[in-house]
Design a protein around this ligand. Sequence first.
Ligand code: ADE
Length: 225
Amino acid sequence: MKTIGIIGAMPSELADIRNVLCNAVVKTYAGYDFYVCTYGDKLIVSACCGIAKVNAALCAQVMIDKFDIDAIINTGVAGGMNTKVKVCDIVVSDAVCPHDLELRFLENYPPYHSMYEADEKLVNAVCQVCAEKNIVNHVGRIVSGEAFVSDSKLKQDICDRLSPLAVDMETAAVGQCAYRNNIPFVSVRCISDNADDEGEMSFDEFEKIAAKKVAEIVLETVKKI
Ligand code: ADE
């Protein structure tokens, strides 16, 4: 039986997944609660990692160490970083990196790697689910940093340097952790705001709707992988 790890940052980003996986057994390691549950022919281990990259990397590594994980899906909401990406669209990562660290520090020193690629089969499975459900999705770069981006100048700076489709606070860390452990990875995010000066207002309005939408896509994707 394949075991799929699902990591979300905030309880709201996992709520709709947990509602479906209601018979889960909870195992706690390093302070993280891992919900373990069968779903069709898969075992799902889901965890709420908390906000930002340290939490995400820790939780992903503990999940990998404690469970026999075959693939990791990082899910939740994100800020849109390209005019073609609208609020409530889905962004699927093809590559992920941090935006708040000069990439040369990662490239010139261990781990000599800064951009982590998502698994093509996982990306295609998400896109297939979106196509079947007629949901607009975009495949591209997702970048992460230790800030909620709600400032047009910061947004522009990140866009100029990295040309991402979406920004969040965890994807790059989960992607790096999965890569280092040789585990297929994808991040699937629903856009809750445009990471601009109205970002926080939009986030408050759309976060729950976006989280629900992406949860449905992630659960459908699990069935296909
Ligand atoms: N998650 C959702 N929106 C975000 C934003 N604008 N910046 C960082 N993380 C986010």
